[in-house]
Design a protein around this ligand. Structure first.
Ligand code: AHG
Ligand code: MN
Ligand code: MN
Ligand code: MN
Length: 337
């Protein structure tokens, strides 16, 4: 009966993180729990704002561009403000990098040890059509004795201590890694809590989906064009079926599908985007960390592991190929030839 079907012992994100702290999980400190509370708050606030956007006239352009040349949407600006205010107020953040802020922000009054890098609204070109967008975050511990500077974030991806994203889709999801696997949560809007719905998520080892903006193929190098042509041919390892194509155009949504179903997501370099389009600190790094922690792989065009790279400025970009290990290996084999 219905009394039996209600789970009365659900694991909220706050409970999850307090328990991980109690059991001494890597990177789960008291300070981290507090920071995660502020992150949760920012995700819920942005989620609500997006869901009401059309009704309160928030769709459309804000009229300015950001450091990497993207036109800003009104919600890019608002999401950025919500995120910055939440991080400043948490008291646990010293340094903040945002896609929408040209320079690094330093909260001098916070006696804090975290550096946070964020893409406040990922996929913002999709906003006005009601397509899923999200917020992507990577976390570092600032260097010992640092007062807060770019050296706290211009570091190798392996030094990240945590990464997460929230995806504002049919439900709001939050996927988190602190370096020991990936756990996924779903926002219960009645409770106002993220509930553990994907404990210890492992991604499928292979799946015949490729996800890339194929409209850019005329700008790709021949070798990349050739690789995708090969995926469209019958695959001997897949009962002679070709790959299917899926591309949403919100990295967060394309990566979310890849984490759950498997497959390959790529944004290679091309003649318009010589270093790729996606930015290391708040797109490539956090997604690579999550994908690897779920059992997948993430590399650049040259096959170098994303987490081995070091950005040379806060908005530095990289090509990226991520997804199920078998599907990424196909690309690695292709470039090894
Ligand atoms: P953002 O909206 O944060 O600027 O990110 C856009 C990114 C990413 O979400 C997506 O994967 C990619 O841009 C899509 O680019 P194209 O429109 O060039 O395919
Ligand atoms: Mn943008
Ligand atoms: Mn983005
Ligand atoms: Mn963005």
């Amino acid at each position: 009966d219905s009394a039996e079907s209600i789970n009365t012992d659900i694991i909220t994100l706050s409970r999850f993180i307090l328990e991980s702290q109690r059991y001494g999980a890597k990177n789960a400190t008291g300070e981290f729990s507090l920071l995660l509370n502020s992150l949760q708050f920012a995700f819920k606030f942005i989620s609500q704002t997006i869901r009401r956007a059309e009704l309160v006239n928030l769709i459309g352009l804000a009229g300015a561009s950001n450091a990497t040349g993207d036109q800003q949407k009104k919600l890019d600006v608002l999401g950025d403000e919500i995120f910055i205010n939440a991080m400043r107020a948490s008291g646990n953040v010293k340094v903040l990098v945002s896609e929408e802020q040209e320079e690094l922000l330093v909260f001098r009054n916070n006696p804090a040890t975290y550096a946070v890098c964020c893409d406040p609204i990922d996929g913002s070109s999709n906003l006005d059509a009601g397509v899923s967008v999200g917020t992507i975050v990577s976390l570092f511990k600032i260097l010992p004795d640092s007062q807060g500077s770019t050296s706290d974030v211009l570091r190798c991806g392996r030094e990240m201590v945590a990464a997460c994203y929230a995806m504002y889709g049919a439900s709001t999801h939050l996927m988190l890694t602190t370096g020991s696997g990936v756990n996924g949560f779903t926002l219960d809007t009645n409770l106002g809590e993220f509930i553990l719905t994907y404990p210890e998520l492992r991604m499928p080892l292979e799946h015949p989906i490729y996800s890339v903006n194929e409209g850019n193929s005329v700008y790709w190098e021949n070798s990349i064009q050739q690789f995708f042509e090969e995926l469209k041919a019958p695959q001997p390892d897949l009962q002679n079926k070709p790959y299917s194509s899926r591309y949403i155009g919100s990295m967060v949504a394309d990566v979310h599908r890849t984490l759950l179903y498997g497959g390959l997501f790529a944004y290679p370099c091309d003649r318009k985007n010589r270093d790729g389009k996606l930015r290391l600190l708040y797109e490539a790094f956090p997604m690579a960390f999550l994908v690897e922690q779920a059992g997948g792989k993430a590399v650049n065009d040259r096959g170098e592991r994303i987490l081995d790279l070091t950005p040379d400025h806060i908005h530095a970009k990289s090509s990226i190929w991520l997804g199920s290990s078998h599907d990424v290996d196909k690309y690695l084999k292709h470039i090894a030839q």
